[in-house]
Design a protein around this ligand. Sequence first.
Ligand SMILES: C[S@@+](CC[C@H](N)C(=O)[O-])C[C@H]1O[C@@H](n2cnc3c(N)ncnc32)[C@H](O)[C@@H]1O
Length: 236
Amino acid sequence: MGLERPPPDLVRLATLHRTDKWGRHWYARHYQTHFEPRRLEPLTLLEIGVGGYEDPAKGGESLRMWKAYFPNARIFGLDVFDKSGVEEDRIRVFQGSQEDRGFLERVVDATGPLDIVIDDGSHQNAHVIASFEALFPRLREGGIYAVEDTQTAYWPRYGGSLDVDAPHTSMRLFKRLADGLNHAELIRPGYTPSFFDLNVASLHFYHNMVFAYRGRNDAESNMLRANVPPAWLVGP
Ligand SMILES: C[S@@+](CC[C@H](N)C(=O)[O-])C[C@H]1O[C@@H](n2cnc3c(N)ncnc32)[C@H](O)[C@@H]1O
């Protein structure tokens, strides 16, 4: 008789609530890893993409999963279609497009500062980037920004590119942010760190998925602070 461990909560809840975050995709286990330490906090969570597309009677599966998983959180969703039918206690939705900065600002004015953002919307690269640029700064310190389906960075139909180094893709943005983690080490006299250099504390890459954590990233370089001449670091 095997003493099997029960599956992690979010895997079970994703199956129960019929979201595609488990089965079609395998994101639930990554969410479990990143969200478990904060499960009982009174969080403000916003998910881009409620589900069900133009059918007003459909969608809300993941919002109900988050509500079950985070018993003390307020759960918000936004979708380009009217999804008001999924609203219930602790779940509220907004209608608008994720690339509309003014709309996103009004959403966060209504919700207050965010602890968690999940982008499961259009997966168009320009939209993913616009949402990240608008909403990451509205995360609280310690907040988590998750982006699903980053494979669309390689698919032209979604505004991605066959060239992995092409500018203007979501993955290119996140790869540049990884360099930004080390901004203090750049040998570029006069370089002014960007908001993202200074406020992305860590990045976690998985198959088709990225998590970015907000936190201060302003430690000085140990070598450059010790007045090691940049020429020595550049080498002969
Ligand atoms: C994959 S579904 C979301 C599924 C849901 N998050 C879940 O896990 O159950 C994507 C949703 O994004 C919405 N969407 C598409 N384009 C959008 C845009 N530009 N802004 C906001 N939502 C959009 C679609 O209407 C659709 O309902």
